[in-house]
Design a protein around this ligand. Structure first.
Ligand SMILES: [Zn+2]
Length: 133
């Protein structure tokens, strides 16, 4: 996703990929031949996205994890045309980035006393009542 955005009064383009959120200044005149990227946030560093302001002054406000981005700002604000859909898209992208929950394999255990197979999540033998350790 990308769209025209305004970052602290400077026009540019906001890009959302499945890895990062970046803002690139619009090329201005001959003085800035190369594109400048003042904001290049890995999605993992984003903690929260909200819409702030009202009506034509609506902006998206992006909060960052300070520990994951020690050199970045704690908050970035962009004026975009459709702040709600940006917020939604950024949240979706961040969620899809979440590490998958570590699932501890649940394996049946045999009761040490009577040898009955005990299926998780049971913690005691259904036959003799022995506790699993
Ligand atoms: Zn048993």
């Amino acid at each position: 996703m990308s769209g025209k955005a305004n970052y602290h009064g400077t026009k540019g383009t906001l890009y959302l990929t499945d890895k990062r959120l970046a803002f690139v200044y619009e090329k201005r005149g001959i003085m800035s031949k190369s594109e400048h990227t003042p904001v290049n946030l890995p999605l993992g560093a984003i903690s929260d996205v909200t819409v702030v302001g009202r009506g034509p002054f609506k902006k998206i406000s992006i909060h960052t994890h300070k520990d994951k981005l020690p050199l970045g700002l704690p908050r970035y604000e962009f004026k975009v045309h459709n702040p709600e859909s940006w917020t939604l898209k950024i949240e979706e992208a961040c969620l899809s980035l979440m590490p998958e929950e570590v699932v501890v394999p649940m394996v049946p255990t045999k009761c040490a006393i009577c040898g009955t197979q005990i299926e998780p999540p049971q913690s005691e033998c259904p036959v003799c009542g022995a506790q699993l350790t």
